[in-house]
Write a new protein. Sequence first.
Length: 412
Amino acid sequence: MTDAEKAAVNEVNNNIAALKTQIENGATKEELTNSINDLAEKMVKAEDVTSLKTALESLKDSFTELKEKGGMDTQKEGVLSKFFVENAERFEEKNKQYDAAFTIKAPALMSTANITPVTTDGFSPLFNNYIDTEVGRTPKPDTFVLDMVDVRVQKGTEKIYYSDRVNEEGDAQFIAEGSLKPLVDAEYVSQSKNIKEVSLRWKFTKRLMNHAPSVEADFKEHAQELIEQKMDDAALIGDETVNSDEFDGIATLAAPFIVPPSLANFYSECNIWDVINAVATYVRLNNFKGNLKCVLNTVWKAKMQGYKTSEGEYIIPPFVTADGKQVGEVSVEFRNKMPESHILLGDMMRYKIVIAEDVEYDEGYENDDFSKNLVSRKLEAFMGSYIKGSDAGSIIYDEIATIKTLIEEPVV
């Protein structure tokens, strides 16, 4: 027996002796109950079976003696002596082999480790939990083309037709009285563009719909965003000659920059502001009088606000606002979808989009969906685009480096 075990047994024996003294002195029931509880705690810590059995038998004998001498009233006998007598008998009956292993489990400290979750490090409703119900999603770039161009809705449209007046000949003249009036003429050419379809579909179980409605709602929102993103992508750089299922985007139908003779190799130490002004001037020289907008990649906002003098002072020209969103008469937008290498500038309302059908949502069964408890859904939209031939030169799309080469003063 270790020293700790010996000390535990001694404590039990001391408590038994003290309890016997209390009984002999006629202690109250409450006092005896407290002593018994204290004794029980000490007994749990002691593991020497033989010593405990001896102590319990001694206490049993003490109770028997006191009972024979009439030293205990009926109440004490029924509550206290009966407890020790039965405990001693039960101890003797269940531990005939004193050399057998006998363990009294001590109560342990309770902590969060006593709560077993569904899985390791998993969820348990017994814990106080913070649950963020908002679904995280990868951010998508802003759509912008449809917001700045001429969008028209005509439901049921299958094909787009438009006409240009071309080959204009002759002109008005000042003439003498009675002279033959000058003759003018022109031709008219009609063209057509096809309506294109953009769509997607998805399917899910009714169980998902009923048991996780937030997932169903979130995915429907995701599907709607995918349609809008694809429509905007095509409106910017769609190319029907490369992909016949797409309609032509504004960048595809826009014209390249042609340097006005007076601006050729004009700008020294050319920068992005010079590029914007040169392109805007070219559009104005083409006689387009609408509001001019310029679209650049978002990184250009930092570049335009980062020009400095040799002393490190920031430079902002008087014709540029502090945020860089207005350069002369041109309003500038910074968009992630624009290629960093290019500039889009012009009278954007000259680019036309016709919506043949609004984005439509349909739900139904497909093939054996009904027998499999599935639901199919789809979104689709129909649209087309064009720029009239007579509006050529109203919108410019070109590489910034190419424009700089054309307008920058050569280094001598």
